[in-house]
Write a protein that binds this ligand. Structure first.
Ligand SMILES: Cc1cc2nc3c(=O)[nH]c(=O)nc-3n(C[C@H](O)[C@H](O)[C@H](O)COP(=O)(O)OP(=O)(O)OC[C@H]3O[C@@H](n4cnc5c(N)ncnc54)[C@H](O)[C@@H]3O)c2cc1C
Ligand code: FES
Ligand code: FES
Length: 1381
């Protein structure tokens, strides 16, 4: 069938928020997200990743089926949804749900009032996921709620407050939030509350909430219903700039089209084709959309099973299977259950709602979770091509190992037949992913066995694996060999060996650990063995003994449950005026705007006339000379305006803050992959990106290429100065200790993964070289300074404005300055406004992150647990330019003692200079790494002395007024209070006993617990860095405009500042407005960093307000009963100045590195956290069961904000210590470039029970209203999960008689946990041929008992321990493997 030639393309008709859209030029390449944001100016829907992985772009799609007369509402990721797929659909965005101009929806209201938004960038996506669920289930269960949020990421909140908002809609009450005072669901321990203290557990009041009224929702547009019912369906054509979209309505037509365009893909959900076209350079001039064809949407029950159309979405398949399982006898539905098992965790809800069954199968990706189980279960694929139909087993499409020649190009998959299971047939599916939900699997499997009737003799066995090679793979030989065998230990033993022999895994690619995959393959089979053995027992208990009780836990996967949580804080004094908001849990000032999508971020700013978009061209080499840059092809690209290089920088291209420069554009040489070489500006972001890809850069590799810390040490490549701190006499102390341990720990880096990527808009004003810069930054003054210097103009011509930042965490300072300079240079050259919004991929490649860290330590201690000597060396990977690396190294030294007094201590810190993107500030600034090192050697000492880790912690903790290792005075009273309260609230000892009992009863699951104290020093070690200023205007109508130098990036600083101004001026918060932070109102403001924002700006705001109040005093005194408005009016008439600045000089902080002493910090924040986890020894998976945190935040100005900061930081800490893993190639290319490869914590990762208590009666004389800066401290407490995992692994190793001492690195991923829970399966991976012959099921267990002292067993143990340690290192990816010096 020819294309429609010159005939006009169809008009695309759909609805958005009740408004009819007729798009005459629908472009098949345009996704709904850019259409909403750019075309319709609906900017509430956000871009977070563009690949379906973060949920920021979630919208609700509603469609009408005229046959069933049913409307289907489902959530979808707008970033992957082609607009052409929306013909006849209704789209609801966050703007359509509710707005401040019309009516706020209960979802928006509750999310905001429950403090579910911080930076607010993820909030519209959250709103849409919850809203869609409620449209389908007005009273959802908590399981439905957590499932609905699995595809939405939030980097700020730690999810707890979001889930609290969700709970208010759930049928069952999970939490006590409704209880005003007293005990909640977490109150298992009677002593949770100290009756003496007036504490509160309510951060919001449900009484305020509007009820959910489903009748108030937008109705499905009647016109679309009529269209669906009355208009005959016809083929639709849409023609774009490069691509044609054809949507046929009948199977015959589809087959004709496929015959004409055999290479054209069928696009249903676009979750596979879309990312391929967007990120992998695949181009398809014709796309065929078959979703409207009835044959591809069938649901048919037959005698032997169920037939489902290939275009059915995965969530439709899930629902159909769930219903069938409920309807049919268990014996018939084993295949359905196994498929459903995979569907529950495959992708997020938004992906499952659009991704098609057929698409998942036909993509034949190695990571398909369905293919192994469909293939193993003998599902049949119904294929068709013009004039032909055939049926093939699902397994056949992988027969050749690559799976591309079984289905002809012109053939399509019509439907899939899933058979009923038969008597004596058992089917299972398994998967293990880096994160339990919304993550592609590392390895998965589908397995099926059919027994000879009434026996355990294998009649038919089928084993398929995914994630192993490039497609799904069958262990065919293994299955043939085992057919006819009894289902017993010998068969298991042989199966493991055969599988490993048959499935040859290629070498490590993309930083993957092959041994882990192999271990999973045999562990999965073992799990299948256990499951089937158990089923045989159920069938015939006399003949089949089943499995030992303690193995039962190995059969269950972890499930995500709605967490239970409690937050405890001290109430304000009853005498405090009700109008005074200080100390109360006030909602984030922008909360409602976040939830309605009205909060404006940089890319939401309307376009400026003539605006250009910038795309950066970055280096693909880690260290090379630039031989040539050929921009000729790029300049010819559609819409291209210019290419900007270093030659276009009018003044400074290099900035010397220390010996080595920070560079805007690489000039002659590149020093890392991702360095900006030049940039293309064009009329759209798409054109700019297309042209950027055409710039050709020729390189000549330069030596050396230094990527790792090890290589930096070898080449003596460091940023100066190296720092050292020493106290006592370390060498002498080592002479007198009872014992010494030496060790090393490697801590991987971390990406900020702020939800709003680096964003800026530079607008030249056309006169006097003035330029407005709108930037997502933590430090506008610095951006102003850098841009002014690069343009060669005075700073007074550059105005930098920041309304809010969609998350920063330290990553939006220096790196942002360089990017803003790139945009400003382009704007200067072109005299046009230039917008630069980094894609997630570019953001991850260009910007650095937290410094990878290696520590070597030697610790001397007495047998009673006293640590008397520590000698350590820290190496941090600074990347290619200095940035803050030396400062990070310094802070890591200053905070290394954590909570402990070590009398003799020496430590060096080196900042390594390498060819990685420059690493930079990140929440905690070196402490999360050095604190982890300290807690590691504390644990090592515990292992060696045989004392409990908490005992070693208590013995060595600061106890009285003492000096730190740099001679600053410290009062640890509140540290001890936090520790004791945390011990008590967590019921540590009774739970430890319960855990020991659990561990005795469960062989394949183990629990662990750890409690960790924290001293977090507050300060920036330099007095002028904590100065701050504010500007307060009072207008004649009495309204107040407040501004200060702090940046709102989610930490609630503006809310707190309004609280301060409200108290000082004694007026309601509603009278005070905050507009933006700008260099025009507050000059030279310091960066919002180091938890200091509220402390210092609060002082300045207070100062300004007090100045104003002083001026108003005579008027107030004269008319004490007057109102605020009357006083202001009077003041104006008396010519009183109603505008004032406020100033805070800063703290007297200093550090003398020559002497190794000083007063770098003003005060200390204390805390303690106790975490409990459960691990699955067969997969390495784990679940965070419970965390109790006690934190000393002084007198909290806003407990909701402070608790939010603690929880959010804690969960980010869990990310660093247990999940977030960066992988680089050996050439320095980052593999982990987006949410599909880099996993930050999601809803499934937060503790099932989560309690945060603020220490009561704590005062701090150094900060505003006796509060403490709390932005960073909670992060470190995430390591309590790391040590709880370590405790669980120790339990496994002790039970199995494995080596007592073992090293764990961070992140402690499933891979590392599995490797350290060494057993016969890890062993068989290492030596598949010679050491398994004697093993049988009891031996798998007895392996642990250490009863067999034969040489073979000894050798096995040695190998297994080695593997455990190797596995630990390699889990950090290539960089960290090599990072070991
Ligand atoms: C963020 C994200 C997370 C994911 N997580 C997982 C996961 O955890 N586990 C997992 O298994 N998968 C996962 N996936 C993959 C996803 O399940 C598949 O991409 C999806 O099922 C493909 O269906 P689709 O309709 O979107 O395919 P499309 O992208 O529309 O098409 C995919 C391919 O299939 C072909 N095709 C589609 N239908 C037919 C047909 N009827 N006949 C012939 N060819 C056809 C097309 O020609 C095309 O080549 C994830 C994807 C994303 C984006
Ligand atoms: S932007 Fe669409 S899922 Fe991230
Ligand atoms: S509030 Fe969720 S990402 Fe910031």
């Amino acid at each position: 069938m020819p294309l429609r030639g010159a005939a006009a393309p169809d008009q695309l008709v759909f609805y958005v928020n009740g408004r009819k859209i007729i798009e005459k030029n629908a472009d098949p390449e345009q996704m709904l997200l850019s259409y909403l944001r750019k075309r319709l100016r609906l900017t509430g829907t956000k871009y977070g990743c563009g690949e379906g992985g973060c949920g920021a772009c979630t919208v609700m799609i509603s469609t009408y089926d005229p046959a069933s007369k049913k409307i289907r509402h489902y959530s979808a990721n707008a970033c992957l949804l082609p607009i052409c797929s929306l013909y006849g659909a209704a789209v609801t965005t966050v703007e359509g749900v509710g707005s401040t101009k019309t009516r706020i929806h209960p979802v928006q209201e509750r999310l905001a009032k429950c403090h579910g938004s911080q930076c607010g960038f993820c909030t519209p996506g959250m709103v849409m996921s919850i809203y869609t669920l409620l449209r389908n289930h007005p009273e959802p269960t908590s399981e439905q709620m957590v499932a609905a949020l699995a595809g939405n990421l939030c980097r700020c909140t730690g999810y707890r407050p979001i889930l609290d908002a969700c709970k208010t809609f759930c049928k069952e009450s999970i939490c006590c939030q409704r209880k005003a005072n007293g005990k909640c669901c977490l109150d298992q321990e009677d002593d949770l509350f100290d009756n003496e203290e007036k504490v509160s557990t309510s951060l919001f009041s449900t009484d305020e909430f509007q009820p959910l009224d489903p009748t108030q929702e937008l109705i499905f547009p009647p016109e679309l219903m009529r269209m669906a019912e009355n208009q005959p369906k016809r083929t639709l054509f849409f023609l774009g700039e490069r691509v044609t979209w054809i949507s046929p309505v009948s199977l015959d037509e589809l087959l004709d089209l496929k015959a004409t365009y055999p290479k054209a893909p069928l696009v249903v959900g676009n979750t596979s084709v879309g990312p391929d076209m967007k990120f992998r350079g695949v181009f398809h001039p014709v796309l065929i959309a078959p979703a409207r064809i009835p044959d591809l949407n069938v649901l048919k029950y037959t005698n032997d099973g169920l037939t489902l159309g290939a275009a059915c979405s995965l969530s439709v398949v899930r629902d159909i299977l769930s219903n069938a399982i409920a309807e049919f006898p268990e014996e018939k539905t084993r295949v359905f259950c196994a498929v459903l098992q995979q569907l529950r965790t495959l992708g997020g809800e938004q992906i499952r709602n659009v991704a098609s069954f057929g698409g998942n199968i036909i993509s034949r990706k190695s990571t398909s979770d369905l293919n192994p189980v469909l293939a193993a279960s003998n599902c049949m694929l119904n294929l068709a091509s013009r004039g032909q139909q055939r049926q093939i087993p699902a397994g056949d499409i992988f027969a050749d190992g690559v799976g591309n020649n079984t289905i002809a190009p012109e053939e399509i998959l019509v439907s899939i037949h899933i058979p009923y299971s038969r008597k004596g047939e058992y089917v299972s599916a398994f998967r293990q992913a880096p994160r339990r939900e919304n993550a592609l699997p590392v390895t998965n499997a589908g397995m099926r066995v059919l027994f000879e009737e009434g026996t355990d003799i294998i009649k038919d066995l089928s084993i398929f694996y995914g994630g192993a090679v490039s497609t799904t793979v069958c262990a065919k030989q293994t299955c043939w060999t085992l057919t006819g065998r009894h289902w017993n230990e010998q068969m298991l033993d042989e199966a493991c060996r055969l599988v490993l022999k048959e499935i040859a895994l290629p070498g490590s690619n993309g930083g993957e650990n092959v041994d882990y995959k192999k271990t999973l393959m045999v562990s999965f089979f073992y799990r299948f063995f256990l499951e089937v053995s158990q089923s045989l027992k159920t069938m015939d208990p006399c003949h089949y003994p089943g499995i030992p009780v303690e193995y039962g836990s190995g059969l269950q996967d972890f499930k995500t449950r709605m967490p239970r949580s409690i937050q405890i804080y001290q109430d304000v004094e009853p005498s405090q005026s009700p109008q005074d908001p200080v100390g109360r849990p006030i909602m984030h000032q922008s909360g409602i705007k976040h939830a309605t999508g009205e909060a404006v971020y940089i890319d939401d700013l309307p376009s400026v006339d003539g605006e250009l978009f910038l795309a950066a061209v970055t280096s693909s080499r880690a260290h090379a000379k630039i031989v040539s840059i050929d921009t000729s092809e790029a300049l010819k690209g559609a819409g291209v305006f210019d290419v900007i290089t270093a030659h276009d920088v009018p003044a400074a291209n290099e900035f010397y803050f220390s010996d080595d420069p920070e560079i805007i554009f690489a000039r002659n040489e590149v020093i890392c992959v991702g360095q900006i070489v030049c940039a293309v500006v064009a009329d759209s972001d798409v054109h700019a990106k297309q042209a950027a890809a055409k710039v050709k850069i020729e390189y000549e590799i330069l030596e050396p290429v230094i990527l790792t810390i090890e290589e930096a040490i070898k080449h003596n490549s460091f940023f100066e100065p190296t720092r050292k701190l020493e106290q006592g006499n370390v060498d002498e102390a080592f002479e007198t200790v009872d014992d010494i341990i030496e060790g090393e720990i490697c801590i991987g880096g971390q990406k900020h993964f702020y939800m709003e990527t680096q964003s800026m808009l530079a607008v030249p004003k056309g006169e006097d070289k003035e330029m407005d810069l709108y930037v997502s930054t933590q430090h506008p003054a610095f951006i102003q300074e850098m841009v002014a210097a690069s343009l060669g103009v005075p700073a007074n011509r550059i105005m930098c404005h920041v309304k809010r930042v969609g998350g920063a965490f330290g990553g939006k300072i220096l790196r942002t300055g360089l990017l803003a300079s790139v945009a400003a240079v382009a704007a200067n050259k072109t005299s046009r406004a230039v917008r630069l919004i980094l894609s997630r991929e570019d953001d991850m490649v260009i910007t650095g992150g937290r410094h990878p860290f290696i520590a070597k330590y030697k610790v001397g201690f007495m047998n009673d647990g006293r640590i008397t000597a520590v000698d350590a060396k820290y190496y941090i990977n600074g990347g290619c330019t200095p940035d803050d690396s030396v400062l990070v190294a310094e802070v890591s030294l200053l905070k290394m003692d954590n909570a402990y007094k070590i009398p003799n201590l020496r430590c060096w810190a080196y900042a390594c200079k390498t060819n990685l993107p420059s690493n930079t500030a990140f929440r905690g600034f070196g402490f999360p790494q050095s604190g982890l090192v300290t807690e590691t050697w504390i644990t090592d000492v515990a292992d060696k002395t045989g004392l409990a880790p908490e005992k070693i912690r208590e013995i060595n903790m600061y106890k009285k007024n003492e000096q730190t290792h740099f001679k600053q005075k410290l009062d640890p009273q509140n540290l001890i209070r936090c520790w004791n309260e945390c011990m008590e609230k967590s019921a540590y000892y009774s739970r430890r006993t319960a855990i020991n009992e659990f561990n005795k009863q469960n062989y394949w699951k183990k629990r662990g617990i750890a409690i960790v104290p924290m001293k977090f020093p507050f300060g920036l070690a330099t007095p002028y860095l904590s100065q701050a200023a504010a500007l307060v205007h009072i207008y004649t109508d009495g309204s107040v405009l407040l501004t200060h130098g702090g940046i709102e990036m989610g930490q609630g600083i503006h809310t707190k500042m309004i609280q301060v101004a409200s108290r000082e001026l004694n007026i309601p918060m509603s009278c005070i407005h905050f507009c933006e932070t700008s260099t025009t109102t507050v000059p030279n403001a310091c960066a919002s960093v180091g938890s200091a924002g509220t402390d210092v700006n609060g002082m300045a705001v207070k100062d300004a307000c007090q100045t104003l109040l002083k001026r108003l005093q005579p008027i107030i005194k004269k008319n004490p009963t007057g109102t605020w408005n009357e006083w202001i009016k009077e003041a104006f008439e008396q010519s009183v100045n109603l505008s004032a600045t406020g100033y805070f000089r800063g703290y007297n902080e200093y550090m003398d590195w020559e002497k190794g002493e000083g007063h770098p910090f003003t005060y200390f924040i204390f805390g303690a956290a106790c975490s409990e986890v459960e691990i699955n020894c067969l997969t390495g998976d784990h679940k965070n069961l419970r965390t109790d945190i006690v934190m000393d935040v002084g007198c909290s100005i806003n407990p909701a904000v402070d608790i939010g900061q603690i929880e959010g930081a804690f969960v980010q800490g869990i990310g660093l210590y247990t999940m977030e893993e960066l992988k680089f190639s050996s050439e320095g290319v980052l593999y982990t470039r987006g949410p599909d490869q880099y996993k930050i914590p999601a809803v499934c990762d937060i503790p099932e029970q989560f309690s945060v208590s603020l220490l009561s009666s704590s005062q701090n004389p150094y900060a505003i209203y006796a509060s403490k800066g709390i932005g960073e401290a909670g992060f470190f407490l995430g390591c309590s999960v790391f040590f709880a995992l370590r405790d669980a692994v120790t339990g496994v190793r002790n039970e199995r008689g494995l080596k007592k001492t073992f090293a764990l690195n961070s992140p402690l991923t499933a891979e590392q946990i599995r490797a350290n829970c060494a057993d016969a399966f890890t062993e068989v991976v290492l030596c598949p041929t010679d050491c398994m012959l004697a093993l049988s099921l009891p031996c798998y267990a007895q392996y642990s008992l250490g009863e067999n002292n034969s040489e073979l067993t000894q050798r096995r143990r040695r190998t297994t321990n080695e593997m455990a340690n190797n596995g630990a290192a390699s889990s950090l990816g290539q960089i960290c493997v090599n990072d070991k010096p």
